[in-house]
Ligand binder design. Structure first.
Ligand code: ADP
Ligand code: MG
Ligand code: ZN
Length: 588
């Protein structure tokens, strides 16, 4: 029935006043209101049309119609549908686009404070008042680095003094070294010592999906820094933007390049005497664009390496400050047991120990929790729930006792501190061996003894069970690596002599991204393989013989280990020393 009016026959024309009169008299049945015209039907069937001006009479008319019970309808919306669609789908987005674009363009313009926030540097600014106060006292060890940075602190404290003397101050200082060794901490300490504002931004925060944003952020950062001088700008993990240009894999390195170029431009652009110093930190100095390291940029470089024994002790002291330690806790002993730990590892260790103590309801941290925490940090948490069969347990016991016994009997192997057949991390059992002090030089006999100890696990399996298992894979790999380095890098093979073969790229302290260039003939390659095999075989034989000749000690160790599951250094020592030192005679 919709729109079912037929206008073709007998249509009356009413004036608007006539129409209204008929409405009021109740003669109108229904009507359709169009744009300026009303068509309708009276109760007696007469059809009619009327002109009217909707703007003037619309609402009034509606009331009148409702009051008198006339059915009515709007023939067309005030705007036609086509027109509405056009507005909605085309014009509106267009307007929005224009608005967005103009804001975006403004955002690109340097120093525009009201611009979109994504163009802002996002650097967290810590002014002296709200710096979470970190000073050199909170950074343990790293004495040389602190000394070098002291000069920067002096300058930031009193730039005028330096300016008056015409002294040239470095604009940029690059801190580099393995992760967790205190680079970020040191940077904050410099700001804390100098008591100046500190702008902290991470390299990855420059890199966003919009091209040009990174560069805008750099501009904004330096703008703010100059306004706050003297101050310290710290760009953490600068390798995220500072990688060598033109080496980007896949797309998206344009953005990084623009950002890097902007950093370079900004660093060239300011006069160091205004009192802005840029500190940067990275784990990967080897991948940095050489342009960053040129004079006038990050020309001062400071290594922050793994802490040595003294450093570890001091770091432990710093992190033990607010923790209640029991009488038996010997920090020096812990430092001795943790070569290779970073500052972050040590902080983590003490925190783990505190958590363990809390879980056990103790009010002080004892050595037991610390022992457990060291092993957790080294090898992952103990897995008590893992079920091992009796046979597997015996196998693991022989394997680990093999390591321990051989390491114990060879004079140049690292001392054994603990053996365990409790599964931990990925390993079914483990033997903890580490030097009494940090070693920077290793002798050939130390390396050979170390390889024997590594192979002894497998040797014990073979000796006792007549077959070998998959458990020795990691041992074999480490032994082979060591042998290969002896031959190729350390010149420790008589047949090949004191030359290095193959050139290794990459940063040795990171142990990553090492590529090898082969710079020797096939013949030499064969010789290398032979020599490596030779070292492995000699040491394997040596380990197996040692075990064979001391089978009684091996059995004793295994029996106790199966009972107790874990043996400490003292127990191992006393267990093995009640026989006399016959083993020395078997060496060489
Ligand atoms: P990086 O920036 O070199 O990766 P961080 O400075 O972030 O390392 O160090 C992580 C945490 O490790 C620090 O917050 C601190 O608790 C601890 N730490 C690292 N080195 C030291 C140190 N030399 N003295 C005290 N604590 C340290
Ligand atoms: Mg850091
Ligand atoms: Zn092993």
């Amino acid at each position: 029935m919709r729109g079912g009016l037929n206008y073709n026959i007998g249509v009356e024309k009413y004036s608007y006043s006539e129409f209204i009169e008929k409405v009021r008299r109740g003669e109108v049945l229904k009507c359709d209101i169009g744009r300026g015209e009303i068509t309708g039907e009276l109760k007696n069937g007469t059809r009619f049309t009327t002109h009217f001006i909707p703007e003037l009479t619309g609402p009034e008319l509606e009331k009148e119609l409702i009051k008198n019970g006339v059915r009515f309808n709007y023939k067309t919306p005030i705007l036609s549908e086509g027109w509405q669609n056009f507005l909605f789908y085309l014009v509106l987005p267009l307007i929005m686009l224009v608005i967005f674009w103009s804001l975006f363009i403004r955002g690109m313009q340097a120093g525009n404070r009201e611009a979109f926030t994504f163009a802002k540097s996002r650097a967290r600014k810590y002014s002296p008042a709200n710096i979470p106060k970190v000073t050199f006292n909170d950074v343990a060890g790293a004495d040389e680095a602190k000394q070098e940075l002291q000069e920067i602190v002096e300058f930031l404290k009193n730039p005028r003094k330096f300016q008056a003397l015409g002294a040239k101050i470095p604009k940029g200082v690059l801190l580099y070294g393995p992760p967790g060794c205190g680079k970020t901490l040191l940077a904050r300490a410099v700001a804390g010592e100098a008591n100046v504002p500190f702008f902290h931004i991470s390299g990855s925060e420059f890199v966003e999906m919009f091209v040009g944003v990174g560069a805008a952020r750099v501009r904004d950062l330096f703008e703010q820094a100059k306004a706050n001088a003297p101050c310290l700008v710290f760009i953490d993990e600068i390798d995220a933007v500072g990688r060598q240009r033109g080496t980007g894999l896949g797309g998206g390195h344009d953005e990084r390049e623009q950002t890097l170029n902007q950093i370079l431009a900004e660093m060239d652009g300011f006069d160091p005497n205004i009192g802005v110093i840029v500190l940067a930190a990275t784990n990967r100095p080897d991948v940095l664009d050489p342009a960053l390291l040129r004079p006038g940029r990050f020309d001062r470089r400071i290594v922050i390496d793994h802490p040595d024994l003294k450093g570890r002790l001091e770091i432990l002291k710093v992190h033990a400050r607010n923790k209640p330690l029991a009488e038996d806790v010997d920090l020096e002993m812990i430092a001795r047991r943790t070569p290779g730990f970073s500052g972050a590892d040590l902080a983590n260790l003490l925190n783990e120990a505190a958590l363990l103590a809390a879980r056990l309801g103790k009010d002080k941290i004892t050595m037991a929790e610390i022992e457990e925490a060291i092993e957790r940090v080294v090898a992952g948490p103990q897995r008590r729930s893992r079920v091992i069969s009796e046979k597997e347990k015996r196998l693991v016991a022989y394997h680990e006792s093999g390591h321990a016994l051989v390491a114990k009997m060879l004079p140049n192997a690292n001392p054994v501190h603990k053996i365990s057949i409790l599964p931990r991390g990925m390993a079914l059992g483990y033997t903890l061996q580490f030097p009494e002090q940090d070693k920077y030089l290793l002798t050939k006999s130390e390396l050979m003894d170390e390889i024997s100890a590594l192979l002894a696990g497998r040797a014990a399996e073979e000796l006792v069970f007549g077959e070998t298992t998959t458990g020795a894979q990691n041992d074999l790999q480490r032994a082979t690596d060591m042998a290969r380095r002896m031959v190729c890098e350390l010149g420790m093979s008589e047949k090949i002599g004191p030359i290095t073969l193959g050139r290794r790229h990459g940063n040795p302290f990171l142990g990553r991204d090492i590529f090898e260039d082969r710079n020797y003939s096939d013949e030499v390659a064969r010789l290398i393989d032979e020599e490596v095999k030779n070292i492995i075989e000699t040491n394997y034989k040596r380990a197996k013989e040692l075990l064979q000749n001391n089978r009684d000690k091996l059995e004793k160790l295994v029996q106790i280990l199966l009972q107790k599951e874990t043996l400490e250094k003292e127990e191992i020592d006393s267990l093995l020393s009640d026989g006399e030192n016959t083993e020395q005679s078997q060496l060489q």
